[in-house]
Design a protein around this ligand. Structure first.
Ligand SMILES: Nc1nc2c(c(=O)[nH]1)N[C@H]1C(S)=C(S)[C@@H](COP(=O)(O)OP(=O)(O)OC[C@H]3O[C@@H](n4cnc5c(=O)[nH]c(N)nc54)[C@H](O)[C@@H]3O)O[C@H]1N2
Ligand SMILES: Nc1nc2c(c(=O)[nH]1)N[C@H]1C(S)=C(S)[C@@H](COP(=O)(O)OP(=O)(O)OC[C@H]3O[C@@H](n4cnc5c(=O)[nH]c(N)nc54)[C@H](O)[C@@H]3O)O[C@H]1N2
Ligand code: SF4
Ligand SMILES: [Mo]
Length: 687
């Protein structure tokens, strides 16, 4: 029996894997743990399927002169790869080699990948899929609090809340066991869900559970400015807290003065009275939380929207107060740790800034290199991918843990960009759609085949444990990076052991915002609760901000933000919102292989309102064409009164011609470089 955590999302539900005599090597059982209380969702329950033979990669693949991928030996593949990387750097400079990481990698792998990019490849061109996920929330939290830990409190703190304002998150589908933490607020009628769809989470508000606000997509910033307006105009804010713990109040007050609820109602579609009531109920509550998800963050103004949510929380005196707070719900399994250890274009391990000379000196000393050889800040994901094959752009790309030809915005242009590369290398355990385009594919270890650590949505460091032997032929990413580093004559040490890489990561993080220096695999194995920062001798930090925020003056910053104008929908052009279905995970590389998960939605569906369908001659189960300037696709109509009539919803889990990202916009947020995944304008028609 092996105690570990789920391979998928950031809730990191605890599970026990037991060797089974059946067709799959292990059976899965939920295990009691504060985040999941023994519960698992369908994806967790069926995760052992991933360990069966479902097209698992077991040898390196190299594209031959015939244009096909062929099995190859490890040694010759790595020799070839190292030679091509050297050649690319010699001919076009170090920055011609790019690295794209993922928030599903363990801390150890994420750390080693960042180090490999900086001192083995000497490239600044590294970024990762967390840019598509947490970057707006991270930018907002860093700006307001001076630190970014998704939930600065344990999840179980929510259990006793009186009011919870949940903006743009559908945990009912995306983290089902999370719902148990909303039940307290729901029982008190205090659950407020903001979503253009009556999602499974919004349905929890029915029957006295609370309030569902159903705004026009992309108008949450206006809604939040109006909530702030009411809180200030009606003097509902916590004056002592604002005076003692924040700065920036005067500018904030000025910025919301014209956002009276009636004006906001015309833009958001949320009645002015509802805005007033929600503001008052938040202010009245003894214990209140404000939480944000991708629905409000994945926009060109996502950072400002998350900032407004934080402003509201600060005015109400929530962050750091007992039984109250603000948090963002991190998505990927290691979405939190993945943004702390150096995969991000501007970061070094420990959530340090790559531009900070002291941070560079500290990390260089741990790596055993001169700080001058560490490159400066790189470029964020969308720009990195789009630069492929262009002058000054990357010519070779190593992808670890992302399926960008499904999940990146405006994906037709990303597919074209990858086609321009001289060399695409994908490490994966399955032949993802991105791997199908690669020149070299390297088979790596997955979840239950490896040791390591993950940091969940509460900033709690967890042990991932090996329960089964990997197939002969697959290799750990630590091994691959070490072998390449050796062939590239890289400085530094390249351990193959997660336990040792963790110790090095811990040293590199010492003194940084995300300080892991008091942790080790051995300590984690004792079962301690390990919320970072965790310096030596500490007991960890389940709750941040109880005394001070992380800015030098100890105060949180209230930031005045402005709403921008969006093009409104018309009878002809509807809002497209994209997101998730319960039974599929991300680009679907993993979950599309599990028959019981595929059975419910075998093909792409589009949700639309019956009135909208009628207007366009669309019937339930019929084929719908959805198009805009960027592209088009066909989906099966799922009619539902749960969505606004001006809005359609597509999940993004499907590849090829069924990819929702054929329609999404790659314009990015100026602060976070987050693309606009959650709002596009489209035409729909019956096929
Ligand atoms: N089943 C499943 N679970 C997952 C994942 C998965 O792929 N599948 N992925 C994991 C990851 S990486 C992440 S990041 C999380 C994401 O978790 P969530 O943030 O919960 O997921 P989404 O479905 O992307 O978006 C949530 C909701 O935002 C709403 N929304 C869209 N546009 C707007 C808007 O403009 N305003 C508001 N207020 N709401 C809007 C959508 O209707 C949707 O119901 O899920 C994690 N869990
Ligand atoms: N339209 C639209 N697009 C979106 C979103 C949206 O809401 N709407 N959401 C965005 C968000 S929040 C996210 S997080 C991204 C996610 O999208 P992706 O980055 O594509 O994420 P995954 O599908 O999880 O891809 C992970 C890939 O890496 C592999 N993998 C898993 N673990 C490992 C590992 O340890 N090592 C290696 N080498 N490979 C591994 C998996 O098999 C899979 O092929 O999508 C973004 N795209
Ligand atoms: S909620 Fe997330 S962590 Fe829990 S079982 Fe489902 S996918 Fe796994
Ligand atoms: Mo995500």
């Amino acid at each position: 029996m092996t105690d570990t955590h789920c391979p998928y999302c950031a809730l990191q539900c605890a599970m026990t894997l037991t060797p089974s005599g059946g067709p799959l090597p292990v059976s899965v059982a939920g295990r009691d743990f504060p985040t999941n209380r023994g519960g698992l969702c369908k994806k967790g329950w069926s995760s052992a399927e991933l360990l069966g033979d479902r097209g698992r990669l077991t040898t390196p693949l190299v594209r031959g002169v015939d244009g096909e991928l062929h099995s190859a030996e490890w040694d010759e593949t790595l020799d070839l790869l190292a030679a091509r990387l050297r050649q690319t750097a010699d001919e076009h400079g170090h920055d011609a080699v790019g690295v794209f990481g993922g928030g599903g990698l363990t801390n150890e792998k994420a750390y080693q990948l960042g180090k490999f990019a900086r001192i083995a490849l000497r490239t600044s061109r590294i970024d990762y899929n967390g840019r598509f996920c947490m970057s707006s929330a991270a930018a907002a939290a860093n700006r307001a609090f001076g630190i970014d830990r998704g939930l600065p409190f344990p999840l179980t703190d929510l259990d006793t809340a009186e009011t919870i304002l949940l903006l743009g998150s559908n945990v009912g589908d995306t983290m089902p066991p999370f719902v148990s933490h909303l039940q307290g607020a729901r029982a008190r009628g205090g659950l407020v869900v903001v979503d253009p769809r009556r999602s499974s989470t919004a349905r929890l508000c029915a029957d006295g559970g609370g309030t569902h606000l159903q705004p026009v997509p992309g108008t949450d910033l206006v809604l939040l400015l109006a909530l702030i307006h009411v809180v200030i105009a009606e003097r509902l804010y916590d004056r002592d807290y604002v005076a003692a713990r924040t700065s920036g109040f005067a500018a904030l007050r000025g910025s919301v003065s014209s956002w009276w609820p009636e004006r906001a109602a015309t833009i958001t579609g949320v009645p002015a009275q509802s805005i007033r009531e929600v503001a008052r109920s938040l202010a009245r509550a003894e214990s209140a939380y404000i939480l944000t998800g991708r629905g409000v963050e994945q926009h060109v103004d996502g950072t400002d929207t998350a900032t407004a949510a934080i402003d509201l929380a600060l005015l109400l005196g929530l962050p750091g107060a007992p039984g109250s707070g603000y948090g963002t719900l991190t998505g990927q399994g290691n979405g939190q740790g993945g943004r702390e250890h150096g995969q991000k274009a501007d970061q070094l391990p420990g959530y340090r800034k790559i531009t900070d000379p002291a941070a560079r000196a500290h990390v260089a000393a741990v790596w055993g290199v001169d700080p001058d050889i560490i490159p400066g800040a790189g470029i964020p994901a969308v720009e990195l991918l789009q630069s492929a094959g262009l002058p000054g752009g990357i010519r070779a790309l190593l992808v670890h843990g992302s399926n960008v030809v499904v999940s990146a915005p405006n994906v037709a242009t990303v597919r074209a960009a990858l086609d321009r590369l001289d060399l695409l290398v994908v490490s994966d355990f399955f032949l993802s759609e991105t791997a199908q385009m690669a020149d070299i594919v390297l088979p790596v270890l997955q979840w239950a085949e490896e040791e390591g650590t993950m940091t969940n949505l509460e900033g709690r460091v967890l042990r991932r444990r090996r329960a089964v032997d990997p197939p002969a032929g697959a290799r750990s990413e630590l091994w691959i990076l070490a072998e390449l580093a050796r062939r590239l004559d890289a400085p530094g040490t390249w351990s193959l052991e997660p336990i040792e890489v963790f110790d090095e990561l811990a040293r590199a993080s010492a003194g940084g915002p995300a300080d892991y220096s008091g942790l080790s695999h051995a300590l984690l194995d004792t079962g301690i609760e390990a919320h970072w920062p965790f310096p030596p001798g500490s007991l960890g930090t389940p709750r941040l901000f109880t005394d001070r925020f992380a800015h030098p003056d100890g105060r949180a910053l209230l930031v005045a933000v402005r709403a921008r104008e969006h093009e409104p929908p018309t009878a002809e052009r509807l809002h497209l919102v994209t997101g998730r279905l319960l039974e599929q995970y991300q680009s679907g590389t993993q979950t599309r292989r599990v028959p019981e998960l595929v059975s419910l939605h075998p093909a792409l569906i589009v949700q639309l309102h019956p009135a909208t369908a009628r207007r366009h001659g669309i019937e339930e189960g019929g084929e719908v064409r959805i198009e805009n300037d960027r592209g088009g696709l066909t989906a099966i109509a799922e009619l539902t009164g749960d969505i606004r009539p001006d809005t359609v919803f597509l999940p993004f889990h499907y590849p090829g011609t069924a990819s929702a990202n054929l329609l999404t916009d790659d314009s990015v947020d100026p602060h976070s470089a987050m693309p606009e995944f959650k709002r596009a304008l489209v035409h729909v028609s019956a096929v």
